[in-house]
Design a protein around this ligand. Structure first.
Ligand code: Q46
Ligand code: ZN
Ligand code: ZN
Length: 305
């Protein structure tokens, strides 16, 4: 198959767009799509200081790569959770990525070094999430991302969530009709309340196989393995269901998610989650719904007395 734009052989075919492109035109297309999403959803301006949450995986490193190529001032944030066999190799991928790109700076939050316990250790102690540390992990990552974005005076925090991730979250929330979550799911979470950083997802219109193809074709060295705790996650099952629909009907995932965004814009789902009153945490200052310590600081309280 030939590239739609030149005589070279196509290396990647997107059935949903009926578009096959070569190794030169595919990365160009991918970068242009990302730029279009940044503009379409008014994510950030050309002079923004962007903090990119990087895990060492394909999506986040591809996002950092694209933002640097587009000329944004984009720094990385790596959160070292201390997960055996996974955190060290993924941190090395981030270090190597940055070393190969002049001016690519990154911040590391090392859980064990800064708080005295790795994720598996703290999760086991507080026994949340029935064996899996994912709920504690989510809490820790949200707290660290918010803190570093605000403390570093970044305009915005960017994450590598792709359309498959967003569609799987939406699907899960629709299955349980979690209307509050549905109302809040968006490509941009504004910093409209004191203490919250602005968060954006520039890859929200791109499929996971498209970000993977970009990473491979661009020679990005990323960690192939998923976090060991991701095995059996509900979101993976939802992705499988959506991928089966996509197989039958190319574009199904995009119709589902982008249709939701259009409906949201038209005023459906505008039921706003009740605005809870927020107070600054007495230890870290981040907003929390109950007066006193925030959920993150409460995690460590039992160790530190
Ligand atoms: S939540 Fe769970 Fe992920 Fe954290 S412990 Fe691993 S699988 S990294 S996105
Ligand atoms: Zn071409
Ligand atoms: Zn706190």
């Amino acid at each position: 198959m030939k590239c739609r734009k030149c005589d070279r052989r196509a290396v990647f075919n997107m059935r949903r767009h009926k578009l096959a492109l070569c190794e030169v035109h595919y990365p160009e297309w991918f970068i242009a799509q990302t730029e279009r999403a940044i503009e379409k959803y008014h994510m950030f301006a050309p002079d923004a200081r962007v903090l990119v949450a990087v895990s060492g995986g394909k999506d986040s490193l591809a996002l950092w790569d694209v933002l640097l190529k587009l000329g944004y001032q984009a720094d990385g944030l790596y959160i070292d959770l201390g997960i055996e066999g996974y955190s060290t190799p993924s941190r090395e991928k981030v270090e190597r990525f940055a070393a190969q790109r002049p001016g690519a700076e990154f911040v590391v939050v090392d859980l064990k070094a800064e708080y005295g316990e790795s994720l598996p250790e703290v999760a086991q102690r507080v026994r949340r999430g029935r064996g899996k540390p994912c709920s504690v992990c989510g809490l820790i990552k949200r707290h660290a991302m918010n803190r570093v974005t605000l403390e570093g005076d970044y305009t915005v925090l960017a994450t590598g969530h792709n359309l498959d991730d967003e569609a799987a979250v939406l699907f899960g929330n629709v299955l349980h009709w979690q209307t509050g979550y549905i109302a809040r799911q968006a490509p941009v979470l504004p910093a409209d309340r004191e203490g919250f950083a602005r968060k954006v997802k520039p890859f929200c219109r791109l499929y996971e196989r498209e970000t993977a193809a970009y990473a491979l074709i661009s020679g990005i060295d990323y960690i192939y393995d998923e976090c060991p705790y991701a095995v059996g996650a509900t979101s993976i099952r939802h992705k499988d269901v959506l991928n089966r629909m996509e197989e039958e009907s190319p574009g199904a995932k995009a119709h589902f998610y982008l249709g939701f965004l259009r409906a949201r814009k038209a005023g459906f789902f505008c039921e706003q989650a009740e605005e809870t009153e927020l107070h600054p945490c007495t230890n870290c200052g981040q907003p929390t719904s109950a007066p006193g310590l925030c959920a993150f600081c409460r995690l460590w309280k039992t160790t530190n007395g």
